[in-house]
Ligand binder design. Structure first.
Ligand code: ASP
Ligand code: MG
Length: 348
């Protein structure tokens, strides 16, 4: 029997029908004898819709009021999910950020979790219930002011809760089969990566892979929380993120490319800020910088795409190159072909 924190993102619960499906899955895990704690995001576009509402009454809404408003999205999901679990004959209770003991810094709109005191969650588990916690929100200060954690923050809630509960695993349930070698909307051949270290996961998130929020990846690394990123719909094993290697590293620890990430947003880079459509593409792996063969292949591949090889940053775990947004899709596809089409490329 394990203690599992299961997080469901907004794309997994766009409708009440899909909330029922999630509830069935949660109850199945519970029936198998596991202690299950659920963390939910707001349903599909609910957060964007709330933001749009705010914009209609104030062009510069007060951050405090915005947090009060945005936190509602997750409240709706947690209450409905708890009801759906109840309807299946299991017992569940919704918990707000405050009730789950999520204490944050006072930075409205971008608060960081400083501590989780999950007393109520533990009590609910002890009584055989399934706690359903609102992601993305917490409280700060003596008056329990409501805060939110920044976009994608439900991942961080799940990881922090898993750390506080000393859960066996934190499952990030999403609409893809795990962390893929590249964005599947650009690269249809992208495949799930079986195992990642926390560092590689953090580098992918930092490079723009949207499957896990960067702050969630950072938190998981800092507190050594084992993650499993997997599909909400099937039993594909997904991606395990942990610092225990799946198999012992081969002799000599070769350089290795595990995945690609890209980001379409601007980079703070003097020479490029005037160019309004600049993104980045990042190669993530190990031993990257110290291996001439990898950098050479990277440069040759980018040369063929007319992308200048001018890394913004290069470390052994990530090489990040600026790339015109219009060239990004082709560059990502070409790099995937060069480095990841077969099993993870290894360079001795
Ligand atoms: N609902 C929030 C957002 O849309 C948090 C999350 O989804 O993780 O960013
Ligand atoms: Mg997300």
């Amino acid at each position: 029997m394990a203690l599992i924190v299961q997080k469901y993102g907004g794309s997994s619960i766009p409708t009440t029908e899909r909330i029922r499906r999630v509830a069935e899955r949660v109850v199945r895990g519970h029936d198998e004898g596991h202690d299950v704690v659920v963390v939910v995001s707001a349903m599909a576009d609910a957060t964007d819709e709330l933001l749009a509402l705010a914009g209609k009454v104030d062009t510069a809404p007060a951050p405090r009021e915005l947090d009060t408003l945005l936190s509602v999205g997750e409240q709706v999901s947690s209450a409905l999910t708890a009801m759906a679990i109840h309807a299946l004959g299991a017992s569940a209770c919704s918990c707000s950020g405050r009730q789950a003991g999520v204490i944050t810094t006072p930075a409205h709109g971008g608060a960081r979790i400083v501590e989780v005191r999950p007393r109520l969650v533990r009590e609910a588990l002890d009584r055989g219930m399934i706690p359903v916690v609102t992601g993305f929100q917490g409280v700060c200060g003596e008056d329990d002011e409501v805060t939110t954690l920044g976009r994608g923050g439900s991942d961080t809630t799940a990881v922090a809760l898993a750390a506080a509960l000393k859960a066996d695993v934190c499952e990030i349930c999403t609409d893809v089969d795990g962390v893929l070698t590249a964005d599947p909307t650009l690269v249809p051949e992208a495949r799930p990566i079986g195992h990642l270290t926390h560092e590689a996961m953090r580098e992918l998130a930092a490079g723009g892979a949207r499957v896990l929020a960067l702050s969630g990846a950072e938190y998981a690394e800092r507190y050594a929380v084992a993650l499993r990123v997997r599909s909400s719909y099937d039993d594909h094993p997904g991606t395990v993120v942990s610092d225990e290697p799946e198999r012992p590293p081969p002799y000599g620890s070769p350089a290795r490319v595990v995945g690609l990430a890209h980001d379409r947003s601007h980079i703070g880079y003097d020479a490029l800020v005037r160019e309004d459509d600049v993104g980045t593409v990042s190669l993530v792996g190990s031993g990257l910088r110290s291996h001439a063969g990898i950098l050479l292949r990277l440069r040759e591949t980018l040369d063929r795409m007319d992308v200048p090889f001018e890394p913004v940053s290069a470390s052994d775990t990530r090489v990040c190159v600026p790339c015109r947004a219009s060239l990004l899709p082709d560059a990502v596809r070409a790099l995937h072909k060069a480095f990841l089409e077969r099993e993870p490329a290894q360079f001795l």
